[in-house]
Design a protein around this ligand. Structure first.
Ligand code: AMP
Ligand code: MG
Length: 413
């Protein structure tokens, strides 16, 4: 098989990723899930015209000359209904959110008035008709679609669900994900310290990467590099929708993962992608499973997860935005590039007056996980690049939540 290009590999994976069924979950658990049905408003909100301010409900035409004295007919509190009609020369004291009384058409805020006696107020400023009134149904209108299927449930969306009293929310299901590390050299987190072994990092980085998508995966532990042990562990993994296997996919004589998967009727769609780090990546499916074979090197495993696994998991959960956001940064130093692969350089991002500045972290060897631990992003070097110069504009894929920024709002105004 030839090396697949990055876009071809991503496209093929997504073509083999079906959106999952739907389920109903409690509102409190629905944050970041994807709505599976359109949601209709079941009431007008506000239920009638209400005041947007604490102040006085008046007739605008009475205020052509100000200041003017008006007689206060009643106090209207939020949640109480008015009993009096406001006639010429009158007004009602009204609280934010309280129903506008008959006869009134405008609200004057309390700050623009002076109390003369308990039932007389001086209005100091006029206002155009309808000022500071929230119209009936301005928030929600009975029978209209207020949220569309496919929307991600953000805190704001969750608030609307609460407003329409949707206590049980229809959402797309989450895939069940299992994680298997392979390698005779690996030592588990709870195993006794053995100076001849290498600690299993991939089980835990993958666990964290899956968890960051809102899915709690299952760790299957470490399988030894022999076909029997591997087949046994993989069979357990095939009880899940998605199996992530790290290590054992390369060309070593003890790399049994791909032949073992083939024996278990997993159809392998490709092996090797023209990226660095991460080229010994493979992808297979059965009617019930997706299997992602990630390279053993810890950085490669993480990079492949971001490019191939995360978009597929997001698509399965009904998300529309599948890929990490990218931003443009200036490179603080030159980077060489002498091969035909798309390269992912681990970088730290800083901000100055001109924007973001990207600087490579530590050694860029695919075995040095500290390069990832110190990184905010992956700088993408195109396959046909002859290297990047200091100061050049580059594209960086952000690894962590890009809905946040590192300056307070006040610094921008
Ligand atoms: P492999 O892809 O199995 O040839 O492994 C490539 C390199 O990654 C080897 O140096 C392994 O020791 C290392 N490696 C494989 N699996 C893990 C793991 N789970 N955690 C840390 N390093 C690993
Ligand atoms: Mg190995």
């Amino acid at each position: 098989m030839n090396h697949f290009s990055l876009p071809a590999a991503q496209q093929l994976i997504l073509q083999h990723t079906a959106r999952l069924d739907t389920e109903i979950i409690p509102l409190a658990h629905s944050l970041n899930r994807v709505l599976a049905k359109d949601i209709l408003a079941n009431r007008d909100h506000p239920p009638y015209d209400v005041s947007a301010m604490d102040g006085y409900a008046v007739r605008a035409k009475n205020l052509s000359t100000c200041p003017i004295l008006l007689t206060v007919t009643e106090d209207i509190r939020a949640g109480a209904l008015p009993v009096m009609t406001v006639s010429d020369g009158q007004c009602a004291r009204i609280m934010t959110g309280a129903a506008l009384p008959h006869g009134a058409d405008t609200v004057i805020r309390a700050e623009d008035t002076e109390t003369v006696s308990p039932d007389t107020v001086q209005i100091n400023v006029g206002a155009t008709l309808g000022t500071d009134i929230r119209k009936q149904g301005e928030n929600l209108r009975t029978g209209t679609i207020v949220l569309q299927a496919g929307m991600t449930i953000t805190p704001g969306v969750l608030g609307i669900l609460a407003m329409v009293k949707c206590a049980q929310v229809p959402v797309y299901c989450q895939p069940r994900v299992a994680i298997l590390s392979t390698g005779d050299e690996l030592e588990g987190l709870d195993d006794p310290f053995d100076s001849n072994k290498i600690p299993d990092a991939n089980s835990h980085t993958l666990f964290a990467q899956v968890s960051a998508l809102g899915i709690t995966p299952t760790l299957l532990g470490i399988a030894q590099d022999n076909p029997v042990a591997l087949a046994h562990a993989i069979r357990r993994g095939l009880d899940y929708d998605v199996l992530l296997i790290s290590g054992g996919t390369s060309v070593g004589v003890h790399d049994y993962v791909r032949p073992t998967l083939a024996e278990l009727d997993i159809q392998m769609h490709f092996w090797r992608v023209a990226i660095r780090p991460g080229h010994p990546f493979a992808f297979g499916t059965s009617p019930k499973n997706q299997v992602f074979c990630l390279p053993g090197n810890p950085v490669s495993s993480m990079v492949c997860f971001e490019q191939f696994v995360a978009p597929a998991l997001r698509q399965a959960m009904g998300q529309r935005r599948l890929f990490r956001r990218t931003l443009t940064a200036r490179l603080s130093h030159a980077i060489g590039h002498r091969h035909q692969n798309v390269e992912f350089v681990r970088v730290q991002l800083a901000q100055d007056q001109q924007g973001y500045v990207a600087t490579a972290t530590d050694s860029q060897s695919s075995g040095v996980l500290l390069s990832m631990a110190h990184a905010d992003g992956l700088l993408i070097v195109p396959a046909d690049s002859n290297g990047l110069a200091a100061g050049e504009a580059v594209t960086v894929q952000c690894l962590y939540d890009m809905d946040y920024q590192n300056t307070p709002f006040g610094a921008l105004i």
